[in-house]
Design a protein around this ligand. Sequence first.
Ligand code: PLP
Length: 396
Amino acid sequence: MSSQPNAQKLVYLDHSATTPVRPEVLAAMLPYFAGKFGNPSSVHAWGDEARKAIDDGREKVSSLIGASPDEVIFTSGGTEADNLAIRGVAHARKAYGNHLITSQIEHHAVLHTFEALQKEGFRVTFVPCDKHGLIDPDDIRRAITKDTILISIMHGQNEVGTIEPIGEIGEIARSHGVLFHSDAVQSAGKVPISVGDLNVDLLTLSSHKIYGPKGVGGLFVRKGLRLAPQATGGAHENRLRAGTENVPGIVGFGEACRLAKAELPEESKRLIELRDKLIAGFLREIPDVDLNGHPILRLPHNVNISVKYLEGEAMLLNLDRMGVAASSGSACTSGSLEPSHVLLAMGLSHETAHGSLRFSLGSSNTAEDIDYVLEILPPIVKKLRSMSAFGPGSSF
Ligand SMILES: *Cc1c(COP(=O)(O)O)cnc(C)c1O
């Protein structure tokens, strides 16, 4: 095997950070940049053409989650959809109460939005999780007060892959008359989603995590639900999101959803096989390694491990040198010295959290990719540990 930078295998295992745009998606988008460039609000042929493209995209996105097309609002991505859902409910309903519930393991798009609302005077309960990253619906039930107006709990955890009991939490929310939002950016297209079964009122999606373009996402808003818009302007998107629509982006997002839905049963089975092969291999080949996240209730494409006595960053650099792309914690926390808030909430020590790696699989990955990673990571760990001052015998 060659370790020369230009002659080596390249293995992308960071699909939870972003995915490539599929060729079919790119082909669907291309006409809408120049030829079919109309403004969907215009009353002429060019406008009609763009309007139809958006309607078609909305149909495809809604179909992935079992919603009706008029329940999908297009945004600039998952982050904006999370903001619109959370701020939109908080601001529209503050006359009914000022208490909000979320978890300690949400994506920063959710967590930082709740922190901002705390500064506005809302009271926020951040429920904990267990050692597998699982949230207990009873903790949610106990946190509800007569002032609670919104619960937001993510569906598939982006760092450790745990799938949360959203349907059950949604039932609790509904029985107390509290609105329920879920960030499903990581689970959409990977596990079947039906907004009916999940009992959600609001659900966040993002295009670039499912082989669509960056800069476009969607928010499911249950029919009849009123939100406070977060940008003012024209009457676009059911008056919830002003601004001329990203037509090529929406076309691409729609096509990505259509393909994800068509391929989901087979592709998720394939990913689960690769995932379990990688997990079993790590546990077999590397001493003092733990799987993070739930062993069974787990996203098909997520592998997260803690390699004791090592820094994730050092392993990442060595993997990168060998052509393998992974991440430590979430992409947003990489590069900062703070260990992942998710791993800390699960009870990991700072040291163990720092030694964590996430491998997120996707459509291009093969069994050979997994073999390659299993061939190169154990010697990297061995080499780094032999150089490390923080071995099993140290008092660190
Ligand atoms: C990536 C991600 C987001 C943010 O989506 P963007 O489209 O990048 O803004 C939100 N939530 C989760 C769980 C994510 O993984």
